[in-house]
Every structure is written in C-alpha cells, then in structure tokens.
Design a protein around this ligand. Structure first.
Ligand SMILES: Nc1[nH]c(=O)nc2c1ncn2[C@H]1C[C@H](O)[C@@H](COP(=O)(O)OP(=O)(O)OP(=O)(O)O)O1
Length: 160
C-alpha cells in the first residue's frame, strides 16, 4: 500500500521567553491523546499547501495565505508492523496568519515554547526532526518505528 500523503504546518510566534509553536492535543482518530502538529491528509487534486491551509482552517479557524508558508521539507513515517499507517508528510512553518487558534472536535490547540517542547506527550520520533524544522531548517527524514508502533527503530536523514 502506498504511504498516505499528509501535511503539517507549525505556526511560530515570538513570546516573552522566545519563539513559540502552535501544537495541539489530538482528540480523535490517529494519534489521539498525543500532542501533535496541526494538519492532516492531502485530498485528491490538492497540493500540500492547499491541504495544509484547509486543515488549519478546519481544525483551528486560522486563515493562512499560501505566500506565508515556508517549506520545511518532509518526514516519511514508516510503520513496518502496520504498513497501512505509513505516511509521507510534507512540513511547513508560518509566521503570519489571521485569527486566533480555536479548539475544534479534532484538536485542542496550544502554544509551546520551542525551547521546551512537550516531547513526553508527543510521538517519540518528534525529537528527531521537529527541533530542526522549528529553527528554520529543512529536513528530509525517514523515521522507521519498532513493531510497537510507538518507539523509533531508526531515523535517517536523506541528503537533498
Ligand atoms: N510517527 C509520527 N509522528 C508524528 O509526529 N506525527 C505523525 C506520525 N505518524 C503520523 N503522524 C501525523 C501525520 C498526520 O498529520 C497525522 C494523522 O493524520 P490525520 O490527523 O489526518 O489523521 P486522522 O485519522 O485523525 O484524520 P482523518 O483523515 O481526518 O480521519 O498524524
């Protein structure tokens, strides 16, 4: 089965104690109960940018312009014990948008300091790719999970 195409956008703002990122508590579906990036599946006929703009609006009410999206690369999540969970994820950051993030059925948005990410409550692989993205870098990473579908078996950075 081909990996599903998904996309995430990390909103960044300057707080009193440095840069903050918008993440959210996933309330439904895949990754329920974890703190995750905001985004979702790319629908047929959509570009990743169009999909992430739609998902941010649906899940937080925030309005993003395509020009505000900065390409931060991609992460391929591989679940050898559950190939139907494999996902190819395109990543964006944005520093300008309209509206204040509001909770939805799917996600409870929350700002976190980039210097103190809630890694204990996130997917265990977040540590392997998220800090680089939030520092303005671009990644191209393949994360392979153990058969528990939770811990990281390997994380490889592909050269661009
Ligand atoms: N190992 C992993 N680490 C991580 O940080 N995020 C992961 C991950 N594996 C998958 N994801 C993310 C990517 C994707 O945005 C999200 C799952 O997509 P969705 O939120 O769209 O799933 P749902 O099943 O809730 O959605 P629907 O299609 O709306 O039913 O999980």
């Amino acid at each position: 089965m081909a990996a599903a195409a998904v996309t995430l956008c990390f909103l960044l703002r300057e707080g009193e104690n440095g840069t903050e990122v918008l993440l959210g508590l996933k309330q439904t579906g895949f990754g329920r109960g974890k703190i995750v990036g905001i985004g979702g599946h790319v629908e047929p006929g959509e570009t990743s940018a169009q999909a992430v703009i739609r998902e941010l609006l649906e899940e937080t009410g925030v309005v993003l312009e395509e020009a505000a999206l900065a390409d931060a690369g991609a992460v391929h999540f591989v679940f050898p014990a559950r190939p139907d969970w494999d996902m190819k994820t395109t990543l964006f950051t944005a520093r300008t948008w309209q509206g204040d993030p509001e909770p939805s059925e799917e996600i409870l948005p929350e700002w976190f300091s980039v210097a103190a990410l809630p890694v204990e409550r996130m997917w265990q692989d977040a540590d392997h790719w998220l800090p680089v993205v939030l520092e303005g870098g671009r990644v191209n990473v393949v994360v392979t999970m153990h058969t528990d579908n939770e811990s990281v078996a390997s994380s490889e950075s592909r050269l661009e």
